[in-house]
Design a binder for this molecule. Sequence first.
Ligand code: SF4
Ligand code: FES
Length: 317
Amino acid sequence: MPKVIIDMHEIEVPEGSTILQAARQLGASYAPPAMCYYTKLEGSGGKCRTCLVKVTQNSAKDTKGTPKLVASCRTVVADGMVVENFISEEVVSARKDVVELLLINHPLDCPVCDQAGECDLQNLAFAHGEEITAYEEPRRQYPVQDIGPLIKLHMNRCILCYRCVYVADQLTDQRQHGVLGRGDAAEIGTYIKKAIQNDFSGNMIDVCPVGALTDKTFRFKSRVWFTKPMNAHRDCKMCSGKVVLWLKGSEVLRVTGRKDAFGESLEFICNGCRFESKALEQWTVEGPATVDVRSVISQNHYDAQSRPAWETHALLD
Ligand code: SF4
Ligand code: FES
């Protein structure tokens, strides 16, 4: 098993692990942010560049480093590799630039976006972003596209991470949408105005790191930090039936999959659980869900020590 040093901490990881996976094994405080990589989605990663790190030593045998920063989600570790993440000024500065790039076309409509409070880009901008931008051109604007009765597409907010395309490809038996066009003309769409309808399509909402895909049955019902997330389960023939209910009193405002410490779905759930089971009696409630420490929902529930390093650094700046 190769040994790798990340931010001065050594860890032994399985052969073939990427730097990002190794850093995640060290803990959330050591893991670079990731906007496009998703463990359960084959081929994901390598699109957003938020996970850049500096390799100062390639391996025990090759003590040179790589001249340029590398995407940690796509770079496999070698025995004796030394990596700098948060301790490298070059990495921190590059991440600021990446945030600025991602925000070039992303509208700053957090006050009216359903994703606010659990948006990876919002967290990333808070931790790494600058208050100003060098970009003066008009932002891209897309006409509203109707992709069916359950999911709302806000293409203006999309950062083209491709996660939703991989979900459609790998989880459902029919993919009706994809990335159309290339370069600054690239956009998510269905091309011939099709509704996205299949039993697992709702998972696209869970994997979307921004508010480009939102749940139509939850839109504008409540800010997420005013709801109470509870783990619950039910017998379901399509999926595990293990979900999080977002409650206001006893009203189920929305149903989502459960997520791990890195904001990734533990299990993908079916549309029956997500959209059609909004009565509390249909569920066995297990207890409060563990909330992502970076979410405002967790405000005052965690001390600074348990926050990821990148957020603690931002708070100390
Ligand atoms: S809609 Fe969301 S998940 Fe799909 S590519 Fe855009 S940002 Fe990624
Ligand atoms: S998470 Fe590595 S490039 Fe996006």
